[in-house]
Design a protein around this ligand. Structure first.
Ligand code: HEC
Ligand code: HEC
Length: 357
């Protein structure tokens, strides 16, 4: 199973309450009208024309006040952009093959929120700490009938979905359990579960972020420096860089499969590399100095492709350093790690160390 826990996104989300308070500017009438039309074109099939959900595939309601009270526009927008892989909810962002631009997703999200008419609540930052063992019991007794014994979903949404968990803060999950969702089978558990039970089941759901049956994520150990080059004996890849800088996931996948000589540099914080990465990549985090990154890299014209989480900023900053240092055969993966995962390309999430051979 591909490892898809973009933790960076989670951290970014956890620090966005300011967005909930001030919010983006209101939609113009033209933007509202366009968003409404897009809703009917792309979403009504499952979420129903009046947004009450359950027209197809158990698609949840997009009009319950609780969803929009707790789901800052940014959180809802991420669900629309990246979908819930493995469920009928697809990814709509053009960068991962969807039909919508970022601005169109934002308008759609704001329009949905306006229609629901919910006042945002301010949610606490950070993790909900709870007794995971107690939470596992609550889950099995109270939640599994609808959400599935393995969080695979059923009447309820797939709570074990790695993308949902990665893009959804704890406070949002907790708020949903406490307050339910009006007009749907999801009841409020405020009066039937204790605070400790709600904290526990929230912590239990969070503990499944790397997969329902993989409670402890495995860590990878960086390879020796002389193993940074993949396929050292093979010919160089043929990249046609867009804007002199970018390669697409499709191009990179093709060259990796063809076993070409290159270095794949993971520019995210190293803990993310340790938990999962594109096979064969090596850590070269964005916060390292030019000297530190270059110390590990060949200077003989070997291609170096950098990627980061979502989608390019960190990788671009590293490639800028490398180019300043004279490494011109350098490129940035256009869709980033999240895009790569959403497009279905493979990542290493288990315990095998990357094989540079
Ligand atoms: C083919 C059916 C289908 C279509 C079309 C579809 N969705 Fe979904 N959507 C789902 C399902 C099913 C889920 C719940 C998935 C899960 O987590 O189990 C979902 C979940 C969501 C969520 C998360 C809600 C929550 O409770 O966290 C949002 C937001 C959403 N969809 C918005 C949209 C929008 C906006 C569109 C149109 C651009 C759309 N969906 C199109 C089926 C669909
Ligand atoms: C009777 C069925 C049912 C039971 C029991 C139930 N849920 Fe739900 N749950 C749902 C449905 C249906 C939804 C989607 C509601 C909507 O349309 O917004 C949902 C949504 C959620 C969500 C939001 C997920 C998302 O994708 O945004 C969370 C979190 C959740 N439930 C947790 C729980 C927990 C924890 C329990 C047990 C304490 C529980 N639920 C019990 C049916 C149920």
């Amino acid at each position: 199973m591909p490892h898809a826990t973009p933790l960076l996104a989670l951290l970014l989300l956890a620090s966005t309450p300011a967005l909930a308070q001030n919010g983006p500017p209101p939609l113009t009438p033209e933007q509202s009208q366009a968003a409404s039309a897009r809703y009917q074109q792309y979403c009504a099939l499952c979420h129903s024309p009046d947004r009450s959900g359950y027209a197809n595939d158990h698609a949840p309601s997009l009009k319950s006040p609780q969803l929009f009270a707790a789901g800052y526009p940014y959180i809802i927008g991420e669900a629309i952009a990246y979908g819930r892989p493995g469920t009928p909810m697809g990814a709509y962002h053009e960068e991962v093959g969807g039909p919508l631009k970022r601005a169109e997703i934002r308008e759609l999200t704001m329009w949905l929120r306006d229609q629901a008419g919910a006042e945002p609540v301010e949610l606490p930052d950070g993790a909900v700490l709870g007794d995971v063992a107690l939470g596992a019991q609550v889950y099995a007794d109270t939640c599994a009938t609808c959400h599935g014994a393995q969080g695979e979903g059923g009447t309820g949404t797939a709570l074990g979905n790695a993308t949902m968990l990665a893009l959804t803060p704890d406070a949002f999950i907790r708020h949903t359990i406490e307050n339910g969702r009006d007009g749907t089978p999801m009841l409020a558990f405020r009066d039937t579960l204790s605070d400790a039970q709600i904290d526990g089941v929230t912590a239990f759901i969070r503990s499944r972020s790397s997969g329902w049956t993989v409670p402890e994520p495995q860590r990878h150990v960086p390879p020796a420096l002389d193993a940074y080059i993949m396929n050292p004996e093979a010919p160089a890849p043929e990249f046609a860089l867009t804007d002199g800088l970018y390669v697409s996931s499709a191009e990179l996948d093709r060259e990796l499969k063809a076993g070409k000589r290159l270095v794949l540099l993971d520019t995210r914080v190293t803990s993310m590399w340790e938990r999962g990465h594109i096979e064969g990549s090596v850590p070269g985090p964005y916060y390292a100095s030019r000297e530190e990154v270059m110390a590990n890299l060949p200077t003989d014209g070997t291609w170096i492709v950098a990627y980061c989480e979502c989608p390019r900023a960190a990788a671009e900053s590293v490639v800028r350093k490398l180019r300043e240092g004279g490494l011109t055969h350098t490129a940035v993966l256009w869709e980033g790690f999240q895009g790569w995962v959403s497009l279905g390309y493979p990542v290493v999430g288990g315990n095998a160390a990357p094989k540079p051979e």
